[in-house]
Design a protein around this ligand. Structure first.
Ligand SMILES: [Fe+2]
Length: 313
């Protein structure tokens, strides 16, 4: 089966690319490339871009792109249901792409052969002293007041009108594995599903795609990994000081355990900083969790599932 190596980038369409560039820079991404119509932003990792902003009269979501393991996987991808032929990517780093459409009508790109770039310097993770394990001797703790440096894109969360159909597509066509189902009652179909990559014996994020039942098909958020808890809080203070709109955070989720912090971009989309998420592998067990506000977070500002997923924060 075709194997996905990682989520690669997201594409959003915005009216004002200058405003988006200011927002994403404060969010911790770095400008990689500008054209008249597109802004490419990168993290500190080797991907030449993780976020593409396209100029458009009407803001909308453009695409989710996943990187494939091999050129053979790309050849196989063009035989998936509804797949395009292989086409070159006109973007930094080149590469090739097969385009699919998920059951919600969303553009899903499978990419391969994008040239990696030099990584950027990143503040090392802080050495933490816990009550029963001291690791820092004679050194002080001084994380900088600055944007939370983004390392990489980690996951997307999608509201879908037909969860069973989307779940089948993401697991059977893309080969993702379920990590957790949220259910209303025991043995009832899930109302939310957290899906990870199949990386065999290698550890991978608890979820790369999250799906939840919703009245409309939409992208709820895209999530980017930052270094540690101090990056989260310094990043939060930085974003607030620059006047951006907080959505929810800082807190810690239950399913996936990430420390989260959600923000709204100038077009109203939600983007998330995350750190310290759970790692699973192919044979990690599938979990079932009852749907309730208690399934949403361990700690953080008060929130309900309805407000969070409805986006009315
Ligand atoms: Fe998330």
């Amino acid at each position: 089966m075709m194997r996905i190596k990682d989520i690669n980038h997201v594409v959003y369409r915005h009216r004002d690319l200058d405003a988006v560039e200011r927002f994403l820079t404060d969010f911790g991404l770095v400008v990689a490339h500008w054209t008249d119509e597109r802004l490419y932003m990168r993290g500190t990792g080797p991907a030449p871009y993780v976020y593409v902003a396209e100029r458009a009269d009407t803001p909308s979501f453009g695409a989710i792109a996943f990187a494939l393991e091999s050129a053979e996987d790309l050849l196989a991808a063009q035989f998936l249901p509804g797949a395009s032929e292989i086409a070159p990517l006109a973007a930094p780093g080149g590469g090739n792409c097969v385009v699919l459409t998920d059951p919600a009508g969303r553009r899903v790109e499978l990419v391969h052969g994008i040239e990696p770039v030099e990584t950027l310097p990143m503040r090392p993770a802080l050495t933490l002293n816990t009550a029963d394990m001291k690791r820092r001797f004679g050194d002080v703790q001084r994380a900088p007041r600055a944007p939370a440096q983004v390392l990489r894109l980690g996951h997307v969360a999608l509201g879908v009108t037909d969860l069973p159909r989307c779940l089948r597509w993401y697991t059977e066509v893309l080969g993702l594995l379920p990590s957790d189902f949220v259910v209303e009652e025991q043995a009832s179909p899930p109302v939310a599903a957290f899906l990870r990559l199949d990386r065999g014996e290698a550890w991978t994020d608890h979820h790369t795609v999250a799906l939840f039942q919703a009245p409309e098909d939409h992208v709820h958020h895209a999530s980017f990994e930052v270094q540690d808890l101090d990056a989260q809080f310094h990043g939060h203070a930085w974003m607030a000081s620059r006047g951006w709109a907080p959505m929810w955070g800082v807190g810690r989720h239950i399913l996936g355990s990430q420390i989260f912090d959600y923000w709204r971009d100038p077009s109203g989309n939600i983007v998330e900083h995350f750190t310290d998420g759970d790692l699973y592998k192919r044979d990690s067990p599938l979990g079932y969790t009852p749907a309730s506000d208690d399934s949403l977070y361990q700690w953080g500002p008060p929130m309900t599932v309805e407000r969070f997923l409805g986006g009315a924060c």
